[in-house]
Design a protein around this ligand. Structure first.
Ligand code: HAM
Length: 431
């Protein structure tokens, strides 16, 4: 016999959490806004596998990013395939776009998805190893109006869930043509100051210099004040694109902050990049969402050159922010009828009645685990159900049901064969 394992030895893996029913109220609330507004803006839902070929991520997110270098959950299957738990959703969606021939659909293709992502990072407040994103991608247009529409969509989601003081941090990081010159200027600037950089940034200097700009270490962020800024290096096309995006945002009064240090942690971005933050938050505040244009990614992954833009929202962080902002949500039951039972025979009859009510399309609730009528009525009260159907010993024998109107307190005895019709009549009359 195997030795008994003490149950208290089992806890959720580090950096991964149970989402409790009280949290799910917030999740459902956010997902409902994501779903409604996503569809309003013309997005169709897509779900891609949680595991993908590891190379999909190294090629799209970038070999020299923190995500690929340090944070991937990698595994080899029994068949020898090297797979990774997805650290983000864009790469999988673009793979699906290419695999499924979506390039032949009417462009741009608008897709959205929700689901868990995995990054083996150091867990801390607002940063888990398993977290959940709602992501949106517009694939197949280089028009700056879609950059603005993407921001408009997330802004309207925050408005719908009543999260106030949302502001967009925005920047352009140019494209492959103009970024080269900027990188050279940046490396020149930091090279002479390399000994003052943190060890990570010293490494970034040769591998991924742009990331030095958003390093959170104080000595690194202090140094960036006099560093060259990307806006001065943008080519005419990137400059005009960025200008148009900002003009569209001005047109609909979306507040944004031009942040020359915003570079993002994934390599696939070109031109517009943005993050959503709460206005007035402290310096180390975490973004509630982030995204940008990625015009080269489809081609990098083997498709025809296809420009695209996207964003992903962090569900846990948004739920935390809702709670911190005292957005109160209450659990509301959709039940119209509650069944109360007393005794074994009545319990069986109630079980059948519950089934009949649901089959007739009447949302019903019960508390079969409770024995006393008083405690069952208490549950009915809490659910704010108007009609309660009671089956006791007597009713179970003579084929009747007591119908109690919880508002007036009036009770009537009804033939159990006529009960569904009676409930329907009362519901129609607004009872
Ligand atoms: P990202 O900025 O890496 O972008 O993640 C988007 C959001 O996911 C973040 O703003 C944050 O709210 C949440 N998030 C990220 N990491 C964690 C974590 N460890 N714990 C909790 N929440 C986290 C992307 O993933 C891109 N795929 C977005 C995109 C879509 N770009 C274009 N299309």
């Amino acid at each position: 016999m195997s030795p008994k394992i003490k149950l208290e030895n089992f806890i959720a893996p580090k950096g991964m959490q149970d989402v409790m029913p009280s949290d799910c109220l917030y999740w459902d609330y956010i997902f409902s806004a994501v779903d409604k507004l996503g569809k309003t803006y013309g997005f169709n839902r897509i779900e891609t596998p949680i595991l993908e070929d590891s190379r999909l991520f190294s090629r799209s997110i970038g070999e020299n990013t923190d995500i690929v270098e340090k944070e991937m959950y990698n595994l080899t299957t029994k068949g020898g395939d090297k797979l990774s738990l997805r650290p983000e959703g864009t790469a999988g969606v673009i793979r699906a776009y290419i695999n499924s021939g979506m390039a032949n659909w009417s462009q741009p293709v608008k897709l959205f998805y929700t689901g868990p992502m995995f990054r083996y990072d150091r867990p801390q407040a607002g940063r888990q190893r398993q977290f959940t994103q709602a992501g949106f991608e517009i694939i197949g247009s280089m028009d700056p109006i879609f950059d603005a529409q993407m921001i408009q969509l997330v802004y309207s989601i925050f408005k719908k869930i009543k999260l106030k003081n949302i502001v967009i941090n925005i920047n352009s990081i140019g494209d492959a043509k103009c970024r080269g010159k900027y990188k050279t200027a940046l490396v020149d600037y930091y090279k002479s100051r390399a000994n003052k950089l943190c060890p990570d940034c010293r490494r970034r200097l040769s591998k991924n210099p742009l990331r030095i700009l958003d390093c959170k270490e104080e000595k690194c962020s202090a140094m960036r004040e006099f560093a060259p800024q990307i806006v001065d290096y943008l080519c005419v096309e990137c400059h005009n694109h960025f200008k148009s995006v900002l003009e569209y945002l001005d047109e609909i009064n979306i507040p944004y902050i031009l942040n020359p240090y915003l570079v993002r942690g994934l390599d696939y971005y070109t031109k517009t990049v943005f993050e959503i933050v709460v206005e007035g938050g402290n310096k180390r505040q975490l973004s509630l969402g982030g995204g940008g244009r990625y015009d080269d990614l489809v081609e990098i992954l083997g498709g025809a050159p296809t420009p695209a833009i996207g964003v992903a929202l962090g569900i846990e962080r948004i739920a935390d922010q809702l709670k911190a902002s005292h957005v109160a949500l209450v659990k509301n039951s959709s039940a119209k009828v509650f069944i109360v039972q007393l005794g074994d025979k009545a319990k069986k009859k109630s079980f059948k009645l519950f089934n009949d009510l649901l089959e007739a399309g009447i949302p019903a609730a019960e508390s079969f685990g409770r024995g006393s009528i008083k405690s069952q009525l208490r549950v009915a009260n809490r659910l704010q159900v108007r009609i309660v159907l009671i089956i006791g010993q007597k009713e179970s024998l003579d084929g009747t049901v007591i119908l109690r109107d919880m508002e007036s307190g009036m009770q009537e005895i009804i033939d159990s064969l006529k009960i569904i019709k009676e409930v329907k009549k009362r519901m129609k009359n607004g009872n």
